[in-house]
Design a protein. Structure first.
Length: 453
């Protein structure tokens, strides 16, 4: 049996409603209010590096268990609120998803944040700019979010001072909007539609470790970084970022694709990032982060290991530890090997130096082959006769990969044929300071030329 309670009383009459209906209405109101409270501010781009008219944005996130319809919601500053309108896909924000509120003129006039994540809800504001004239770059402003009933759901006051292109990001998404729960983004262009770069999630191990590797670094002249995909699947780099030792200012990568067992050059003439970190000749670090801001790989170099040449640093084998200096060697050709297998690549890593020749014995020519450990950068290869006299310098401080070969035609340094006999091949492997690290010896027999040759 339903009892009645007053609904509305005046001097003339008092209408009533059943108590059960009132209870149900109260529960419904409570649930709707709770759902609206699950929508939080997560990121604010108030000073974009691109257009002030088109590249400001605000990001929301649904922390609750239910889908929330954002139709009729408004956002703005202390002076003006703007209604949210859909760009595509309606206004319903599912649980655990981001909504990205863009300037109304972004679509068709800017591509700064493209490609945007496919699962983000894209919204815009009805007005030409956020609040009254856009977000201020010189003074703090509140970012205020209201539901259709005019209730303030969230408010965050940002403080200017970020470098252009670096947003404010929330650390704990359900941790409130106090200033101590917000940080400057560490990724240029921010992380629109993606987990924030300052979130605890960014500290988790990346599943791409060992799959996508830094394979080559050119830190002289026109700088670039080469990546290699050691896996069997395509990897999209949308939302990925790179940095030098300044990891608080990472550069965002566009939506380039890295094919299985393929190479990709990151640089101004390859997959171009939002800007370039400028690597130091005297030593620096290279960091690679995935789309959730998790560290994929780090390498470091100290000093100019190229001997003054315009050579790159090549990874001898993608499976080697990138933090081990011995995993890297200067490229043999000047300019490096961008987009190709490294000139210093070794299938198996030798632990000592070796030298041999084939054919042995020989009459016309023999191919002298050598192998050196990965820490060697240069080689010296000399030929001595059986009396210990130097007869030919085949290589003298030549740049070297892990292995190489050179032809000897049985002539000395003057171009004259040497006598028949046993000759000693002497190899020295040196580091980038020309200090000898390894030595090896081998022999080869010269059988002399046929008459008339």
């Amino acid at each position: 049996m339903l009892t009645a309670v007053p609904r509305k009383c005046t001097l003339l009459k008092c209408d009533v409603l059943p108590r059960g209906i009132v209870r149900m209405a109260f529960i419904l109101f409570f649930l709707l209010s709770r759902a609206e409270g699950d929508i939080v501010l997560t990121e604010v781009m108030f000073d974009p590096s691109g257009s002030e008219r088109y590249d400001e944005f605000v990001e929301l996130y649904n922390t609750g268990p239910d889908t929330v319809d954002l139709e009729g919601w408004t956002i703005g500053d202390a002076e003006e609120l703007d209604r949210l309108v859909p760009l595509e896909g309606g206004t319903s924000l599912p649980p655990g998803r981001f909504a990205l509120i863009l300037d109304s003129g972004y679509m068709g006039r800017s591509t700064t944040y493209d490609p945007l994540p496919p699962d983000v809800l894209l919204l815009a504001i009805e007005d030409a700019s956020f609040g009254k004239g856009g977000w201020s770059n010189s003074s703090p402003e509140p970012v205020r979010l209201f539901d259709p009933e005019g209730r303030e759901v969230a408010r965050y006051t940002y403080s200017p001072g970020n470098p252009p292109g670096y947003s404010d990001e929330k650390v704990e998404l359900d941790g409130g909007d106090s200033p101590d729960n917000w940080r400057d983004s560490v990724v240029e262009l921010g992380t629109p539609g993606l987990p924030n770069s300052v979130s605890p999630q960014a500290l988790l191990p990346s599943p791409y470790r060992g799959r996508v590797v830094v394979n080559e670094v050119m830190f002289k002249g026109e700088e670039w970084i080469e990546l290699y995909n050691a896996s069997e699947e395509d990897v999209s780099l949308a939302g990925w970022s790179i940095s030098d030792s300044d990891t608080l200012h990472r550069r965002r990568l566009p939506g380039c694709s890295l094919p299985p067992h393929g190479y990709l050059v990151i640089g101004r003439w390859g997959c171009e990032p939002s800007s370039w970190p400028s690597l130091n000749d005297a030593g620096d670090e290279v960091f690679l982060y995935d789309d959730l801001s998790r560290l994929v790989e780090r390498m470091a170099y100290q000093g100019d290991r190229t001997g003054g040449r315009k050579a790159s640093l090549e990874r001898v084998n993608p499976a080697l530890d990138p933090t081990d200096p011995h995993a890297w060697a200067p490229s043999v050709p000047e300019g490096g090997t961008p987009g190709e297998r490294n000139s210093t690549f070794l299938e198996a890593i030798p632990t000592s130096a070796s030298v041999s020749a084939s054919p042995d014995p020989f009459r016309d020519r023999t191919i002298v082959t050598y192998k050196v450990p990965s820490e060697a950068s240069y080689v010296r290869l000399w030929v001595f006769n059986s009396r210990g006299q130097l007869v030919r310098k085949l290589l003298e401080g030549a740049p070297s990969g892990g292995e190489g070969e050179v032809v000897w035609e049985g002539r000395d340094d003057r171009g004259e044929l040497v006598p028949m006999g046993i000759y000693v091949l002497y190899l020295e492997a040196m580091d980038h300071r020309r200090q000898v690290l390894h030595r090896a010896k081998g022999t080869v027999a010269f059988a002399g030329r046929f008459a008339g040759r």
